[in-house]
Design a protein around this ligand. Sequence first.
Ligand SMILES: [Fe+2]
Length: 271
Amino acid sequence: MKVTSKKSVNTIAYKNYKEDYNKLAEKVLLELNSTGYVVIKNFEERTNLEETKAKFLELSKIIGTPIGHDVNNKIIWDIKYNSTSNSFIKTYSEHSHEAELHTDSQYSKYPEDYFNLLTLKKANCGGGISYILKLEDILKDLRGLKKGKEIESILRETNYPFIVPNVFKKDKSNKPSFNFGPILRDNEIRFRIDTFEKAIKLKPNLVTEEQITAYNELKTIILNNSETESFYLEEGDLIFINNKTTLHGRSLFTDEKRHLLRIRLNKIPHN
Ligand SMILES: [Fe+2]
């Protein structure tokens, strides 16, 4: 992945807001809707996992409505290397190789609006770098292409198949299940290379040649974008990401002790 952006990481110092979660939530929401992500530095002391989780959930609940991760509706999800998962379609939170830029839950009917990650234990192997890329920067490049308009309308107006990872499937059989939807909508992208490419490998007839061409153009723009930001998430960093307007990724890591927590959130409707 080409990463050359010199932008500095968008951060908030937790210590300035820890007494006022409403003010912190307001600031986070402002950043989610402008920059697309923000990192809260030094979130809590993290000496007691249960207390840390409670504060993590308390803040998250002011920012959005937490939604379950799996059939058991688990709200706080552990992200660590899972050597016991043998599923054919592993999700990125289960493995440790490179996770190319993507949005989460692109295979679901309504991907979550936001999600966050709290780093409890970072990878001590030099890997596990985070990547961030904004939809706005992708569209700028796409619209600069000669056939940009045509490609954009295919990505907006046709349905693409996404294969559902086994861990999130309701039906636990090995039969693949798909969800369909456009890659682009207004102020929204759903994108993940492996769930789409695995789907068309299994069922090539699910898409037309034009759709494949449009997808490949988009993929090239995403993987070679000079606006991609990269940074390490340090222990105590709590990152919030707008899952509709921002792609995220992670480089390979070998330290199996790396441990993050994640909560998925939907927008709280305002009347
Ligand atoms: Fe992800």
